[in-house]
Ligand binder design. Sequence first.
Ligand code: NOJ
Length: 572
Amino acid sequence: MTQNLADASRSAAVPAARTAANTGASRGGWWRDAVIYQVYPRSFADGNGDGMGDLPGIRSRLPYLRDLGVDAVWLSPFYASPQADAGYDVADYRAVDPMFGTLLDADALIRDAHDLGLRIIVDLVPNHSSDQHEWFQRALREGPGSPLRERYHFRPGKGEDGELPPNDWESIFGGPAWTRTTDPDGAPGDWYLHLFAPEQPDFNWDNPAVADEFRSILRFWLDMGVDGFRIDVAHGMVKAPGLPDLGSHDQLKLLGNDVMPFFDQDGVHAIYRSWRQILDEYPGDRIGVAEAWTPTVQRTANYVRPDELHQAFNFQYLGTGWDAAALREVIDVSLDSMRPVGAPTTWVLSNHDVTRHATRFANPPGLGTQIRTPGDRALGLRRARAASLLMLALPGSAYVYQGEELGLPDVTDLPDEVRQDPSFFRQAGQDGFRDGCRVPIPWSGTEAPYGFGPNAGGPSWLPQPAEWAHLSVEAQTGDPTSTLELYRSAIAVRREQPALGAGTAVEWLPAPEGVLAFRRESAGGAFVCTVNTTGETVRIPAPGRMLLSSTEAVVTENGAELPADSTAWWAV
Ligand code: NOJ
């Protein structure tokens, strides 16, 4: 099943452009202050007009990402997959799914990106495979006693006839985390563990064959020239010995509060230490980024100790509402937690699993990261723009999810029949409404799919709202008030003022209630960021010369008027 790459010459890992001193490279790693753009391949650009994004489509849009000014692109999975969980169910880790293209397309994409000065990070899904993976299929076919079963968690059931799951763990997507198999003779058999969908059996990382296989997969993509890996469910691979019961129901509510027997077990760190050695063998600063949902930022810091991974997503930041005190606290805690391990903090507001921040901030606080109501769109957009400018002013690395630079809201009214998120179809699961942030990107034109695919009136795997014509890249380009131009300017200023991403602390300045003000030193002078999270205009002494603002701030000799829900950058 694994595809072979005909052309054996590999693209260089270090992009040709952007190695200038104004990147984090000068301070020991390009990734320390990088702006990393997440591409969700299904929804970014469709090269062949079948309604599904693909690698040639992404390749054709790389100049857009270069012009946006980002340093690297993280691609969600494009591997061979039955798509039970939109590609996070991998059947062959060394093959590209035909719906996305071929390995040659991947190779060409990596080469082109490097030529444009963009780095490429690919997704690695080591907690589970697809149930169509060759190992799992053989484990089923060969029946009890098959050595392939040792690579997953097969267990006899409880109860007289083994009719009850082996323990009480619940799937993140809802329902039990176990599915019963049928033996080759047709009799009911053992159960297997899947923390996510039944089509995603969990690997048994105690089995050395699993660890060996993933070391080999890492090398395969590193040899292809990728610059790093985003590691899916990085907190999940090791399970507590004996797979003990949790003793409670509604376990999703416990996630994030405590170390669970299946999440954030200390044993995962040995895996990352071994991977770090492999990453370090390659030239060009290859990195690992943990998707680790842990109870505290302090525990997240464990994943980025000097001999482990390079970055971890800061989900505590993503989960913080539009509130000055809460933001200040999470910023301080995040920076304080990473400082002892010497890793940069990351900042992220949106991704393919959560309601876009323009919609989260449009709704009342406290609704979490899965929101099904559009809320006050104008308010949401204003706050989203302000939040993005705040994020881009913080020390560390920022992640931008495709479309947030267009100010896209979540599509909250997708008809049920078009939804594909597996947890939508399972009861009481998490994240059942993730399709709303995965709607294809509007690029141009007045008719769907707005340049997502090559043909006007052509298909897109999820329908785009009519009003997205006004939000397309084409519609926003050149409009100084657009969110796209705001992102372009912000990333350009960040590049000119390296101190914006550098360092490990911010200096808080006195500010009225509901306003944040902090100072950063830069080689060319100091920089101040002000954030007004209140619904009213707030007047403060002008901190300096305004560089950029999310909503036009007014500066007079009496001071600066910070509009409601706005951020401004100042040179001082
Ligand atoms: C996290 C991914 O971001 C999400 O999309 C996926 O469903 C789960 N991991 C399972 O792989």
